[in-house]
Design a protein around this ligand. Sequence first.
Ligand SMILES: O=C(O)C1=C[C@@H](OP(=O)(O)O)[C@@H](O)[C@H](O)C1
Ligand SMILES: C=C(OP(=O)(O)O)C(=O)O
Length: 430
Amino acid sequence: MDVTISPSRVRGRARAPPSKSYTHRAILASGYADSAIVHDALWSADTRATARAVTLFGGDVSRSADGTLEISGFDGRPDVPADVIDCDNSGTTMRLVTAAAALADGTSVLTGDESLRSRPQGPLLEAISDLGGEAESTRGNGQAPLVVTGPVEGGTVSIPGDVSSQYITALLMAGAVTDEGIEIDLETELKSAPYVDITIEVLEAFGVEARHTDDGFAVPGGQQYRPADGEYHVPGDFSSISYLLAAGAIAGDGTVTIEGAQPSAQGDTAIVDVVDRMGADVDWDRDAGTINVSAAPLSGIEVSVADTPDLLPTIATLGAVADGDTRIVDAEHVRYKETDRVSAMAEELGSMGVETTEEHDSLTIHGGESTLEGATVDGRADHRIVMALALAGLVADGETTIEGAEHVDVSFPGFFDVLYDLGATVDRND
Ligand SMILES: O=C(O)C1=C[C@@H](OP(=O)(O)O)[C@@H](O)[C@H](O)C1
Ligand SMILES: C=C(OP(=O)(O)O)C(=O)O
């Protein structure tokens, strides 16, 4: 599906979708448990992939009309799956499920779409081998398809921290039900660190202890997943909120109010500060969970995305509109996502007339609203590139057509409806 965005102003109220990161963890944690009810779960292509994996491990995930998930777990140790686990486009699913598969007494096979089959899994495979399991890439290149044989009993592993924090999350979640527990020593500085804090927060809600250590992280073994009162509530998603905030900051006509913005461990709450530093008028009422934003002339700033890789596409679009240079630094790991998002944003904004300077771990956008020209752009089969380019379309001169716009289903299925309800002119071409 292509979507065409015409220059538009936005105003009104919009609700953030539930967090993808919390939902993945809550579904898998419920799988490790006897049973659980998960309220406000995100039901998107990626979280459905995690639900399918839980089912293949012997659990069951059913969804009621109001979106609540009722999950029966596989109760600790997963069954050997009766089929290949298709993780589709979801890196989180593949990493978390690979470590879960290493607990099963037999062999699991994991695959995914073309994008996921090009992403790095090597360090996690090595960690599983170091723990006594067998974990291989069928092509021997550290990428899926993966073949994983367990069971592992736990132990100590060392792993790089600068490729994906999801390896740590995966090992902590699985380590809790091993006999010995897992100690993880980091070989490098940890990137995307707040995502491990999200993990520790969800584990705690499921009665599982995991902790920071001097060298990394540790989770004791022999633990049982048991959510308090058998229930879990997913908070709103700040990566998704970033698009709504940016829409209000660049194209607001009056106030855009975003609901579902309760504080949590998400590093991507940093987007509130980014938009504020660039000059927008923004106010976050943490108790009410609402953010009000209105447009103002924006100026370029420097932002590190070491902790917040998923914000890069949004910040790049903000930078295209802002006066002066916006320098996004510490961005190397943003190249290992659904696509290389550093290059993708440089090239697609380039098609819209924006000048950028790309370096290995940074992207500088030489901005100014008058530079954005409508164009046909490639969403790169990447939900975040699609949404960031749609924002640019709100303020470009002329129409912007985004190819492959259906990929928003990965994290924000109602994105174009929400944009339309805020007043944007959105035309879908199937
Ligand atoms: O654990 C998670 O939920 C995520 C961790 C991050 O990935 P990396 O740790 O690979 O940077 C982030 O980019 C991804 O969208 C979600
Ligand atoms: C990179 C992302 O997710 P994942 O790693 O789960 O594919 C994302 O949502 O931007």
